[in-house]
Design a protein around this ligand. Structure first.
Ligand SMILES: Cc1cc2nc3c(=O)[nH]c(=O)nc-3n(C[C@H](O)[C@H](O)[C@H](O)COP(=O)(O)OP(=O)(O)OC[C@H]3O[C@@H](n4cnc5c(N)ncnc54)[C@H](O)[C@@H]3O)c2cc1C
Length: 326
């Protein structure tokens, strides 16, 4: 069997691994302590927060078929919050989602954990260098370990992180130039007092905040009242290197003013910076393979900053690799 190394264990990387595991010997490398990437869960005992991706929709048939067994097993359930549109100084308006929105249960990382069950994943392993010696690839990690040899490397990290790892001779460099990734901040709050409003999720306009959700309202979550507040991508990008506590104050002030409520004495409060949350421009292709170098690159950023896009990018890349290996 050919040996394939996959860098990054988010939705796109795990999709590639599952597609190729029958025809190749697959090893994954993930810098974090768990799989899921931007679909991770933040643990802050006794609280848990879906601090990255919130939910997802399904439009493509391949994605629908992939999800079917997880829906049947109850790992994915529909989320139907009471949704509002909030705008400063305006009366809140009710909104209805026209499509089904799914969430993994009981927490966001559950789908990727299920996908990783039969995969060899090296966690806490940040790849800092890749090197070709005598037609074979070797990977070096931040803690100076060397892994290899591999026939192929597939990189599934966000574009700016992929660009740093790949050799200048990689034929897909133009895609990095086209892609700009944008940041996002997530404020996580645990609140013991009963909340005074009836909605469970809100799209926010004309504000540094773009989204709020009562995390605890999602199916299968426990009853501790937790709130997620996410910032507008362009605002986040403009403030991407500022001190996290300063950012937290700004978000909190805006939240207090939007909801006319004082969240400063919440039982738990923390803020996470996502440096590469979303992408504002799709590339012209869904993935890129350099057949000569035996290097593949995929990820949501080729298409759109969405879970379905990450799946499709990985799925299509894996199908092309299957053909090359057959
Ligand atoms: C705040 C936020 C809100 C979002 N909301 C939604 C939403 O509501 N609906 C939706 O559909 N999508 C949403 N998304 C987008 C969605 O999460 C992504 O599209 C999807 O998870 C991307 O998957 P991926 O596998 O392409 O990348 P990632 O999930 O980023 O996976 C890449 C992995 O590579 C790892 N990595 C990076 N560098 C290295 C290295 N050098 N060595 C080893 N590992 C490395 C990372 O740790 C990561 O695990 C949101 C994202 C964020 C951040």
């Amino acid at each position: 069997m050919k040996r394939i190394a996959i860098i990054g264990a988010g939705m796109s990387g795990l999709t590639v691994a599952n597609q190729l595991k029958e025809i190749a010997s697959v090893q994954m490398f993930e810098k974090s302590r768990g799989v899921s990437g931007r679909m991770s869960t933040r643990y802050a005992d006794p609280y848990q927060f879906d601090h990255g991706a919130q939910d997802f929709t399904v439009r493509d048939e391949a994605f629908r078929s992939f999800l079917a067994p997880y829906i049947k097993a109850g790992i994915l359930q529909e989320w139907k919050p009471k949704l509002m549109l909030l705008e400063k100084g305006q009366i809140a308006k009710a909104r209805v989602w026209s499509e089904l929105h799914y969430v993994p249960v009981p927490k966001m990382n559950e789908l990727c954990i299920a996908m990783a069950k039969e995969i060899d994943v090296n966690l806490n392993t940040e790849i800092t260098e890749i090197e070709k010696r005598h037609q074979h690839w070797f990977l070096k990690s931040k803690d100076d370990q060397t892994f290899g040899p591999y026939e192929w490397i597939i990189n599934t990290t966000p574009a700016p992180q992929a660009e740093k790892l790949l050799p200048a001779s990689f034929s897909g460099y133009r895609h990095f130039k086209k892609c700009k990734m944008l940041g996002c901040y997530t404020l996580m709050l645990a609140i013991s007092k009963p909340l005074l409003w009836e909605w469970q999720a809100a799209i926010v306009k004309n504000s540094l905040i773009s989204w709020m959700a009562l995390n605890s309202n999602k199916p299968g979550r426990d009853d501790k009242q937790t709130l997620i507040v996410q910032t507008d991508n362009q605002w986040s990008e403009d403030h991407i290197d500022e001190a996290i506590l300063d950012i937290q104050h700004l978000i909190l002030d805006e939240l207090n003013s939007l909801l006319a409520y004082d969240f400063s004495s919440s039982e738990y409060m923390t803020t996470h910076r996502w440096r590469y949350a979303d992408t504002n421009q799709a590339t012209a292709v869904d993935y890129h393979i350099d057949d000569e170098l035996k290097l593949g690159v995929c990820g949501d950023w080729f298409i759109k900053g969405r879970i379905e896009a990450a799946y499709l990018s990985g799925y299509k890349l894996a199908n092309s690799i299957k053909q090359l290996l057959s």
